[in-house]
Design a protein. Structure first.
Lengths: 122, 144
């Protein structure tokens, strides 16, 4: 039970954290220039975004859950969670961020998931 | 050069930085930790000594610096591109790291890993053929 729970936290918290950061960055708006002045301005706005901090906390939660999971399960069991998080992330992007994911992008996400598993399995 | 071209070049440039520095950071951290040696004793004093070696290792700092560049590039790209576009593209480092190990360090690659590297490349190529952004531009977008 604790393994399933931890696995779910690794996948869900990691993906949700990145989605929260993506949402925060969309609120900040497109960065048009990469000058030091602009980047400093982006950083100042970013650290005032609640969604950014929610994202950081969720990613940290996912990371520490993975460390805990690694302490009682094999790496070969834990690592596919990385691959699964791309698929879960894409679902989150569709339903939470309103991104329109066409068939080609779904196929690409699926290939990436399988590819990551194979690289680790090999 | 029109706005659309600049937008595409900017996205690809940032993705390239993400893939390069993400991969480089992983390799440098791995090399740095191997130089420091395996942690065999988990006492506080031993861990503090290990931390001391980590923070005085130039390889580790180069690795950390690379990962900071990766993270900044990732977050900046997310300010305009879809999360479902950027996130799988960042998985390219899973393919680049074994390839770098194969070409630079002479590490063996099993057929299964070759297949995995091929599928990741194919997946990222497919994703790169979809629109970078499918949500509307936020009207409150801040101009700097």
């Amino acid at each position: 039970m604790r393994t399933i729970l931890s696995f779910a936290v690794v996948v869900l918290a990691g993906a949700a954290g990145e989605i929260a950061i993506a949402h925060a960055m969309k609120q900040i708006g497109e960065v048009h220039s990469f000058s030091l002045r602009v980047l400093t301005g982006v950083l100042r706005r970013a650290i005032r975004m609640v969604w950014l901090w929610i994202g950081v906390v969720l990613i940290a939660l996912g990371f520490f859950s993975m460390l805990a999971l690694l302490s009682w399960e094999n790496v070969s069991f834990v690592v596919p969670s990385t691959a699964l998080s791309y698929a879960v992330g894409a679902l989150g992007a569709k339903f939470l961020l309103g991104e329109k994911i066409n068939g080609i992008r779904w196929a690409g996400v699926l290939l990436v998931c399988i590819g990551v598993c194979l690289v680790w399995a090999g | 050069m029109n706005t659309s071209n600049i937008f595409h070049i900017k996205t690809y440039l940032l993705l390239l930085l993400m893939i390069l520095f993400g991969s480089l950071g992983d390799i440098l951290l791995s090399k740095g930790m191997k130089q420091i040696g395996e942690i065999s004793n988990w006492s506080i004093i031993s861990l503090l000594e290990t931390f001391g070696r980590v923070f005085t290792s130039s390889t580790m700092w180069l690795g950390i610096g690379s990962l900071v560049i990766f993270f900044v590039s990732y977050v900046l790209t997310l300010s305009w591109a879809d999360y479902s576009y950027v996130s799988p593209a960042s998985a390219m480092s899973f393919a680049v790291v074994p390839l770098l190990g194969y070409t630079m360090l002479g590490e063996a690659l099993s057929p299964i890993r070759w297949a995995g590297v091929g599928l990741i490349f194919l997946g990222v190529v497919l994703i790169s053929r979809t629109p970078h952004r499918t949500t509307r531009e936020d009207a409150s977008c801040v101009q700097y």
